[in-house]
Design a protein around this ligand. Structure first.
Ligand code: HEM
Length: 387
C-alpha cells in the first residue's frame, strides 16, 4: 500500500496539474514520441492531432490522484482502460517508458514546485497503478489465450466477404488465414485491427465492435467510412489481409432475464446487432426494445436483419428515428417521452452506443424518467469521455 505521506504529496500536486490543463500531457506525449517513436505504432495518431487522448490520460491521472486512498471507486474505470489496453496489446515493458516520461514531464514543467520528494511520491504512485494494470491486463491476455480458438498478440485475418449495409457502413467478414477456430466473445465487445495505410509512417490500430453473435470460424465488424483507418478498410477487397488482436471490452450484454433496451445512433448500431442476435439465439423471454437513430434513410443499416430477428424474438419491439425524414414514424432527435409506457424504467438494462453527445442526451432523458444510473451501460467510440 502507499503511505499516507505519498498520497498527500500526490494529491497536493492536483491543483498544479489542473491549472496547467492539457499542457502537461501535451508535453508528455511530445517527449515520449520523440524518445520512443516506436510507440507511434500503438497510439492513435489522429487522436494525438485532435488532442483527445491527451485529455483522457490527464483525467485518468487526476482521478487516480483524487481517489488514490480509495482505488475501489475507480475499479470500473480501471477495468475499462485495462480492456482497451489489452486489446491494443500494451505490454509490461511499455509501463516504465510511460512512467519515465511522466516523471520527467513533471520535473521539466514544474521545476520549482516538483521537489525530489514529490517526484518520488509520483514514482511510487505510478508504480503502484502500473503494477495493478499489468496484473489485470495479464489476466485478460490469459483468458483470451485459454479460450477455444483463443490466441495472444497478432493474428492474420483475410477478408472473406464484404456487405454494404448502408451508404456509409460496410460489413467485413474476417477469417483467420491459419484456418483454425476463432475465440468466442461477449456481445458488445470489440476487435482491434492493425494495418498500414499507404503514405503513413506508422502502423495503426483501431477497435471495432463485433457486429454479430460469436461464430466459431470468423468475425464480422461493420465500419463507417470515417477517419484514416476506417476509410482505408473501405478500400479493401475480398482476399486482402489485416492483423487483429483478440476481442476485448467491458461493454457486454448481461446474461439475465432483465428487460433489455438497446439504444444506438449511427454506426453505434454495431454492438447492438451482436446483442440482438445473441438474444435471438438464446431464445430469451425477456422484453426487448431496440431504439435506433440515424441521419437519413440512406444511412440506415441492417433494417432487414432486425426485422428477421422478430421471428425468433416475438417480444422484440423496434423504433427508429430518421432525423431528416419528416414522413417517418419518428423524425428529428430521439425523444423517449413518447415511449414512456414501453420503457422498463424500474428493472430494465439500458445499453447505449453512439456519438457521446447523443448518449449524454439519452442518458439525461433516462435519468429524468427515473432510470437508475447503474442500469445505464454505454460504449464510447474513440477516447472515453464521461457522459
Ligand atoms: C488509452 C490511462 C499506461 C497506451 C488510455 C485511456 C486512459 C489511459 C484513461 C483512455 C481509455 C478510454 O478511451 O476508454 C493510462 C494510465 C496508464 C496508462 C493511467 C498508466 C498507469 C499506458 C501504457 C501504454 C498506453 C504503458 C503503452 C505505451 C494507451 C493507448 C490507448 C490508451 C494506445 C488508446 C488511445 C489512443 O491510442 O489514443 N490509457 N494508460 N497506456 N493507452 Fe493508456
Amino acid at each position: 500500500m502507499l503511505s499516507t505521506q505519498t498520497i498527500k504529496l500526490v494529491k497536493d500536486t492536483i491543483p498544479l496539474l489542473a491549472n496547467a490543463g492539457t499542457q502537461v500531457t501535451d508535453h508528455f506525449y511530445k517527449r515520449m514520441f520523440s524518445h520512443n517513436p516506436e510507440l507511434l505504432n500503438i497510439f492513435n495518431v489522429s487522436n494525438q492531432k485532435s488532442g483527445k487522448q491527451q485529455f483522457a490520460l490527464f483525467s485518468a491521472l487526476a482521478a487516480y490522484a483524487t481517489h488514490i486512498d480509495n482505488p475501489a471507486v475507480l475499479s470500473e474505470a480501471i477495468n475499462r482502460i485495462n480492456h482497451k489496453h489489452a486489446s491494443l496489446n500494451i505490454l509490461p515493458e511499455h509501463y516504465p517508458i510511460v512512467g519515465t516520461h511522466l516523471l520527467a514531464t513533471l520535473e521539466e514543467m514544474f521545476p520549482n514546485e516538483c521537489t525530489p520528494e514529490i517526484i518520488a511520491a509520483w514514482a511510487e504512485a505510478y508504480g503502484f497503478l502500473a503494477d495493478l494494470f499489468i496484473t489485470q491486463e495479464e489476466g485478460i491476455y490469459q483468458q483470451s489465450e485459454q479460450k477455444l480458438g483463443g490466441w495472444r498478440g497478432k493474428r492474420r485475418f483475410a477478408i472473406s466477404k464484404i456487405v454494404q449495409e448502408s451508404e456509409v457502413i460496410k460489413s467485413l467478414y474476417l477469417t483467420p488465414v491459419d484456418g483454425r477456430q476463432v475465440a468466442t466473445y461477449s456481445p458488445g465487445q470489440y476487435l482491434a485491427i492493425e494495418c498500414q495505410v499507404d503514405g503513413q509512417d506508422n502502423r495503426q490500430i483501431r477497435q471495432y465492435s463485433l457486429s454479430q453473435s460469436a461464430k466459431s470460424d470468423h468475425y464480422r465488424i461493420s465500419v463507417k467510412t470515417d477517419g484514416l483507418i476506417s476509410s482505408h478498410l473501405h478500400t479493401l477487397e475480398v482476399g486482402d489481409e489485416v492483423d487483429a488482436y483478440p476481442p476485448a471490452g467491458d461493454f457486454v450484454l448481461q446474461t439475465n432475464q432483465a428487460p433489455k433496451v438497446l439504444v444506438s445512433a449511427g454506426v453505434g448500431i454495431t454492438p447492438m446487432m451482436a446483442m440482438l442476435e445473441t438474444l435471438a439465439e438464446q431464445d430469451t423471454q425477456a422484453p426487448c426494445l431496440f431504439l435506433h437513430a440515424c441521419r437519413n434513410q440512406n444511412e440506415r443499416a441492417f433494417t432487414q436483419s432486425i426485422e428477421n430477428f422478430k421471428t425468433q424474438l416475438p417480444q422484440l419491439q423496434t423504433h427508429t428515428w430518421i432525423e431528416a425524414d419528416a414522413q417517418h414514424e419518428h423524425s428529428g432527435l430521439m425523444q423517449l417521452n413518447s415511449l414512456k409506457p414501453l420503457l422498463p424504467i424500474d428493472d430494465g438494462e439500458f445499453y447505449l452506443c453512439g456519438p457521446s453527445g447523443f448518449m449524454a442526451f439519452i442518458k439525461s432523458q433516462l435519468i429524468d424518467l427515473g432510470v437508475d444510473q447503474s442500469r445505464i451501460l454505454y460504449e464510447v467510440f474513440g477516447p472515453h469521455e464521461s457522459l
